[in-house]
Design a binder for this molecule. Structure first.
Ligand SMILES: CC(C)(COP(=O)(O)OP(=O)(O)OC[C@H]1O[C@@H](n2cnc3c(N)ncnc32)[C@H](O)[C@@H]1OP(=O)(O)O)[C@@H](O)C(=O)NCCC(=O)NCCS
Length: 145
């Protein structure tokens, strides 16, 4: 296993993992543009050269937002996400994120990591043909872990 910093070279791979993980798809170009923004950092988790997950964040050494995180469908529940969060804390002391209220797996994941709710954004996520869903704002500091 190794965890390496993301570069635009990885945009296609992470767009693929993201596509299987979320209803809303982001293109390779969108990821490539995001990765090259100055405040963006992220990591790719690989085993034997196989990309199994990634995390993409924006911020600085004091605080950063997790823009997105996903583990390949076949590699879930094996500690990939946990390792990606741990690595992100090497770059930033406090992490924030938004998670959909109905994303029970992700909420359980963040709860397990120690994240606490610090805010609520009503009807934040638009859903095709369905009612909008609230976003919970969660946060964890490296010193709280
Ligand atoms: C959320 C996600 C990134 C977790 O990645 P992962 O690599 O499977 O997570 P880990 O294996 O590191 O899990 C760490 C802990 O989180 C919790 N957890 C993870 N998946 C879980 C599940 N399906 N059910 C219950 N708890 C779960 C467990 O406590 C787990 O520890 P344990 O296995 O020792 O009990 C992954 O499920 C995913 O890609 N989901 C789709 C994308 C998404 O929703 N991203 C977050 C958007 S805000």
């Amino acid at each position: 296993m190794n965890v390496i910093p993301l570069s635009s070279f990885h945009a296609e791979v992470i767009a693929h993992i993201h596509k299987d993980a979320f209803d809303e798809h982001w293109s390779t170009d969108e990821f490539s543009n995001l990765i090259t923004l100055p405040a963006t950092f992220g990591f790719l988790y690989q085993t034997d050269g196989q990309p199994l997950g990634f995390i993409l964040c924006q911020g600085d050494a004091l605080e950063a937002e997790i823009i997105t995180i996903a583990t390949h469908l076949n590699a879930r529940r094996q500690g990939v996400g946990r390792q990606l969060i741990k690595t992100a804390f090497d770059e930033s002391i406090r992490l924030y994120l938004e998670v959909a209220q109905d994303n029970s797996v992700a909420r359980q994941f963040y709860r397990n990591m120690g994240f606490l709710q610090v805010g609520l954004r009503k009807k934040y996520y638009k859903r095709n043909g369905k009612a909008s869903v609230d976003a919970l704002v969660l946060s964890l500091s490296a010193t709280d872990k």
